[in-house]
Ligand binder design. Structure first.
Ligand code: UDP
Length: 240
């Protein structure tokens, strides 16, 4: 049995705890919801549970497809046991269909298919407003090596293919999503970390085009609680 230690990092929607094993952390999913760099805030009963369930399911799916992730096990309904990593401060965003910021920054209309899929890197820095970054800047800043960045890009595109197929079988399309990678404390390997959930992906119903993700909260599109429950049920069939 793992013993939960001090909080290492309190994020907007998760807290990371140390454990008695230096190579293992606990990620606890909260019920808080934030958008627009924390300017819009709310809390939603069971949201932490739904996102933990979605993340668990998708991490297990990716592991079974040969993608290395930090996922180890669930400790409770909202606590995930993960490999300790040092997070690389880059958001790797994969886009299959234009939505969100790409439609604001470029003359690309929402709903346009992006072929081949687009991978964008954003530097995680609230102070600088998460600016887009490229490989050369990341290497020059000492954030990651060119090899590591190449691996992150390849893994992101592989993950995209696995997720597209899985979600398609559940009547869902995946316009875009965000990944974070880390260096394993145990062996320095690059592995997928953070979460994959309704907070970090756009999920649209294949038939109706309806949003089943955080956009419902961001843009006041409907009852956020029932949308998180619905997407969790679609992705994790065991949820009643
Ligand atoms: N995303 C995220 N965290 C961020 C920024 C983006 O999880 O800090 C996800 C977001 O949910 C979406 C994708 O990355 O699935 C692309 O987001 P976008 O750049 O369009 O930003 P937005 O328009 O949502 O502000």
């Amino acid at each position: 049995m793992v013993t939960r230690g001090e909080a290492l990092y309190r994020g907007k929607v998760k807290t990371i705890y140390r454990t008695d094993d230096e190579n293992v952390f606990i990620a606890e999913f909260h019920d808080d919801l934030t958008a627009f760099d924390g300017k819009k805030k709310s809390s939603l009963e069971k949201k932490g549970y739904y996102n933990a369930k979605i993340s668990e399911k998708l991490f297990r799916l990716l592991e079974s497809n040969g993608i290395p992730t930090h996922f180890k096990d669930m400790l409770s309904e909202t606590e995930m046991l993960v490999d300790a990593v040092q997070i690389i401060p880059i958001e790797v965003i994969v886009r299959n269909i234009a939505a969100g910021s790409i439609t604001r920054k470029y003359p690309v209309e929402e709903g346009r298919k992006l072929v081949p899929p687009v991978v964008v890197l954003d530097y995680k820095s609230d102070e600088h407003g998460d600016p887009m970054i490229n490989e050369d800047i990341a290497v020059a800043m000492g954030i990651a090596s060119m090899d590591e960045l190449g691996l992150m890009r390849r893994l992101a595109l592989e993950i995209n293919q696995v997720l597209i197929k899985f979600l398609d079988e559940r009547g869902l399309v995946l316009p875009d999503f965000k990944l974070e990678f880390g260096r394993s404390k145990k062996d320095g390997r690059i592995i997928l970390a953070d979460e994959i959930s309704a907070d970090t992906c756009r999920f649209w119903d294949k038939e109706t085009g309806e949003s089943l993700d955080k956009d419902v909260f961001r843009n006041d599109l409907g009852d956020v609680g029932s949308v998180y429950q619905e997407i969790a049920r679609r992705i994790v069939s065991e949820i009643s």
